[in-house]
Design a protein around this ligand. Sequence first.
Ligand code: SAH
Length: 217
Amino acid sequence: MWPSRNKNMDRMEFLLTLRRRGITDNAVLRAMDEVPREKFVSEETREQAYQDHALPIACGQTISQPYVVGYMTELLELASHHRVLEIGTGSGYQAAVLSRIAAHVVSIERYRTLAEKARRTFDQIGYTNIDVLIGDGLEGAPNLPPFDRIIVTAAAETIPDALVNQLADDGIMVLPLGPKNGPQHIVRLRRTKDGIEREDLIPVRFVPLVEGRAKEL
Ligand code: SAH
């Protein structure tokens, strides 16, 4: 373990970096200040937990860069009564941030190993408003809709219709769109009375959204 003085400085610097890069929503900044990111990264990368980059986790996946977590969370315009669906639990960090602002989060992961680890982390830190499901997130959670907000944290090549169909009226969905290893960008969809509005936003780099449940892990 590193000395606690450095740890506090890391966390102060973490928030300053988020602000400097343009995250202004206080609820998002407060949530990211509250969630202990070091509990979501692997033992080997713990000292880098508060640096602004993505880190490897089990099953060849990654925990997203904090700035991108803040940016996507801000785009969701979350309110405290919202029910949120996340596709791609991974470490559970993004779900944890969502859960500090919204009423309830359902998060779907295709790897059992990651889903179970995330559940243990939530238990350990006492976050009780997150349900982790093991399955194919491309199908969403067909028994649980509609969701006020949907966030996808793996890159889709095309917008998954099943997810758009699970979005409530006035709902917002945020996802990275683009090919595996190719140019991807963040897209925000909003369900209005006149149909679905679309905004194409910043370039990003995410692991791919893969169809089906993972076979072994
Ligand atoms: N939100 C995560 C980042 C995870 S990386 C975090 O905060 O740590 C993307 C995750 O999406 C990976 O864990 C990957 O296994 C998962 N994934 C990819 N395709 C999926 C699918 N079809 N259904 C569910 N999860 C999927």
